[in-house]
Design a protein around this ligand. Sequence first.
Ligand code: FE2
Length: 189
Amino acid sequence: MIRRRFLKGLLGSLASFLTGSVMAYGKECTTSSDDEGPYFKQGAPFREQIFDEAPENQEVLLISGFIKSDCHQLVGDGVVDVWQAGPNKRYDLSDQYQFRGKVRIDSKGFYQVKTLVPPIYPGRPMHIHFKVSAKGYQTLTTQMYFSDDESRHSDWLYRRNDGASRSVSIDRSEKPSRAQFDIFLKSNS
Ligand SMILES: [Fe+2]
């Protein structure tokens, strides 16, 4: 009787461990998506720095990361389209494409883009939009948030779709400041 109870308990623990592992594994290896929203603009130029000139006292931010699929596989040879509000808390919809740009994903799945730390603007926390496309994978539109921005917790888009898993911290140990944002794509097949 004791042995049976012990085995039942052991199996229960194993089941909950496995379920937890699968959930953590699944969450860890996916990037939740968002709509493009009203401020996406086609035709952004290819450039590693997505603004012409930084106004004074603005914090430059170098974002880099790997584009992956299925947790480990690196996705090479694609494009990351990035856009965000400028220091004036607005999106540039002109043909100057300020705070908009595309960068290429290299053959090792690495990308890098230089921008400014985005502002909080009325109704939205600090965030940067990404649209990632690569041959053989579903195009993903998403947003990156910042873990030291407390205002994100009251943002409905953040809360609706697991924004916590897309929140990064800023490393200010060197200049420019840095953040790492790895993105997971789903295969077309
Ligand atoms: Fe936005």
